[in-house]
Design a binder for this molecule. Structure first.
Ligand code: COA
Length: 328
């Protein structure tokens, strides 16, 4: 059983931070950021909480799907940058969108979140005959977790949200989700203070013992190495289940972390860059929101059309990765 994406919506904060803006408070320059990452600007949440961006994206997805929110059976919000440890973003969004009959939970698979959540949505739809629609919302405010004194990471991220309303269908669908927790320490933001020696004794080596709470730290080079093998692998593992090759795909919608990662993945797959949707130049890396933002924008501007075959491929902290092949 597959799914049909009935409608999508998105929200990005108004505030734009360009590479040149960064030079006012970080020792960097547009040339370095552009050539190393492909990013030119990103959006920064000002007053907007994460749930608010998700709510706005969700409302517009519901409108575009033309459904009654009371018919939504489940709201899944994927986020690594929740406003609260509890309540979940999805419970707030469930209430605010009028999805009065829906269950709600959050899911954190970092930047692979949307791929994980969409696949989870399909599984709920498949096993629950009474479930009509699932609302998947990806909402992220990375700017609140950035360490602006770390110039190699602070220039990468941006804020935003996108959402999709899905229902069951017999269209093409395949997925593969994966995780390699041996790289868990490569990309971290600490939520609570646990003494490093306690963590170490219990099997997880604290990578950044001096790390401030809620600040993102990463080993950029190692994450890069993981990413360039994870993206092609995510596609290939999903594709082989349905006998699809890269030539059957109309559009690859990859996680938007770095143009060099996408170019290397394209080369490894032997697929032309023209088939890869790229939005990181104007949004940066918005974690789980990056794939649905790219998807939604490309549907709105007419690039992606009904009937086309898409490959959504992501990777992120965890380290997680995942691929979905579906017909739009
Ligand atoms: N502006 C100017 N110079 C910078 C800089 C910046 N913003 N950030 C780092 N530099 C400098 C470094 O200090 C270093 O200088 P040195 O050679 O004098 O020591 C030099 O640039 C090279 O740094 P390096 O870290 O080796 O760069 P890189 O080519 O590995 O690129 C990343 C860094 C972060 C862009 C790259 O590793 C990357 O994209 N990794 C993946 C990260 C990612 O996608 N994370 C999210 C995953 S979901």
């Amino acid at each position: 059983m597959g799914i049909s994406i009935l409608g999508m919506g998105r929200y990005v904060p108004e505030q734009v931070l360009t590479n040149d803006d960064f030079t006012r408070f970080v020792d960097t320059n547009d040339e370095w950021i552009s050539t190393r990452t492909g990013i030119k600007e990103r959006r920064m949440a000002g007053w907007e909480p994460t749930w608010y961006m998700g709510r706005e994206a969700a409302m517009s997805a519901i409108k575009s799907a033309g459904i009654d929110p009371a018919d939504i059976g489940l709201v899944i919000s994927c986020t690594a940058t929740s406003d609260f440890h509890t309540p979940s973003m999805s419970s707030i969004i469930q209430h605010q969108t009028g999805a009065v009959n829906a269950a709600a939970f959050d899911m954190n698979a970092a930047c692979s979140g949307f791929v994980y959540a969409l696949d989870t949505a399909r599984r709920f739809l498949e096993t629950d005959d009474n479930m009509k629609y699932v609302l998947v919302v990806a909402n992220e405010a990375l700017s609140r977790f950035i360490d602006f004194s770390d110039r190699a990471s602070c220039i990468l991220f941006g804020d935003g949200a996108a959402a999709a309303v899905v229902e069951k269908s017999d269209k093409l669908f395949s997925s593969h989700l994966g995780s390699d927790g041996s790289g868990a320490e490569l990309l971290c933001a600490r939520a609570l203070n646990v003494a490093p020696e306690v963590a170490l004794k219990n099997g997880f080596k604290d990578p950044f013992p001096e790390m401030e709470l809620h600040k993102l730290r990463q080993n950029g080079k190692e994450v890069y190495k993981f990413a360039v093998q994870a993206l092609p692998r995510a596609f290939e593992l999903a594709a082989e289940k349905v006998n699809i090759t890269k030539d059957d795909i109309d559009w690859f919608v990859p996680h938007q972390a770095n143009i060099r990662i996408i170019e290397t993945a394209a080369k490894k797959l032997g697929a032309p860059m023209e088939k890869f949707i790229v939005t990181l130049d104007h949004y940066g890396n918005t974690s789980s929101a990056s794939i649905p933002l790219a998807l939604c924008e490309s549907i709105e501007n007419g690039l992606i059309k009904r009937g086309q075959k898409l490959a959504l491929i992501g990777f992120g902290a965890g380290l997680t990765y995942g691929g979905i092949i579906l017909e739009y």
